[in-house]
Design a protein around this ligand. Structure first.
Ligand SMILES: Cc1cc2nc3c(=O)[nH]c(=O)nc-3n(C[C@H](O)[C@H](O)[C@H](O)COP(=O)(O)OP(=O)(O)OC[C@H]3O[C@@H](n4cnc5c(N)ncnc54)[C@H](O)[C@@H]3O)c2cc1C
Length: 191
């Protein structure tokens, strides 16, 4: 007997093995492992889970982006050596492979009394265990001038939006001089 899982309902107490959003009743106890952030750490976790699924564990990924960048290739993207799709992982495909439910939303808080992740645009998601890997964000506010002039490299998806806008601007107004300064002289800057 099969039942479709309603993602918006807390599924505590359900017994069953979840496969492709379908619960096969009375096989094993479902434990909800929820991951916040679809970056490097959780992309690897999804791949591992896809290769070695754990019966009885339902994995949920909450991510505010669909395409997650591979940071090691980012300098190559900026240099024009790679296309967007070369250096991004499609989390929908990865979630499909791993049989993980994907929730495209932003986590905005935790309700630890009821084990729930609060989302910006959807009802809360219940968890038994939670993993948070949301990456880092440089503190531009505390560096004088950074807010006005700097484009922080993290979050990378935001950086790429700024970068694409900048490239568009340069293409639209080729006569307008623009000076770019790179802060930091490591691998990324030198390549
Ligand atoms: C140019 C560059 C090159 C690098 N090269 C290397 C390298 O060669 N080797 C190496 O080991 N490391 C490298 N790093 C560092 C590496 O990118 C980080 O260590 C790694 O990405 C951290 O993984 P993470 O999963 O914790 O976070 P991230 O990969 O940053 O992912 C965090 C994810 O969480 C999402 N998120 C944030 N907030 C929320 C929210 N509230 N709700 C839902 N989702 C949210 C973000 O959109 C993002 O998708 C590089 C970094 C940069 C910038």
């Amino acid at each position: 007997m099969q039942h479709f899982l309603n993602y918006n309902q807390p599924n505590n107490g359900l017994t069953g093995y979840v496969k492709n959003s379908v619960i096969v009743k009375d096989l094993v106890i479902v434990k909800d492992l929820v991951l916040i952030g679809g970056g490097h750490s959780h992309a690897i976790a999804l791949k591992q889970f896809g290769m070695n699924p754990i019966p009885g564990v339902q994995l949920t990924l909450i991510t505010d982006v669909t395409y997650t960048p591979y940071s090691g290739m980012l300098p190559g993207y900026i240099a024009g050596s790679y296309r967007f799709e070369d250096c991004h992982i499609d989390l929908r495909l990865l979630a499909q492979f791993s049989q993980v439910r994907l929730i495209r939303d932003r986590a905005i808080g935790l309700d630890l009394e009821n084990n729930r992740v609060l989302l910006a645009h959807r009802p809360p998601i219940t968890f038994d265990k939670l993993s948070i890997d949301m990456g880092s964000t440089p503190a531009t506010l505390t560096v004088p001038g950074a807010k006005e002039y700097a484009i922080p490299a993290k979050p990378i998806s935001q950086f790429l939006q700024y970068w694409d806008q900048l490239v568009d601007e340069i293409v639209q107004h080729p006569q307008q001089p623009m000076r770019l300064a790179i802060v930091g002289g490591g691998q990324a800057a030198s390549s």
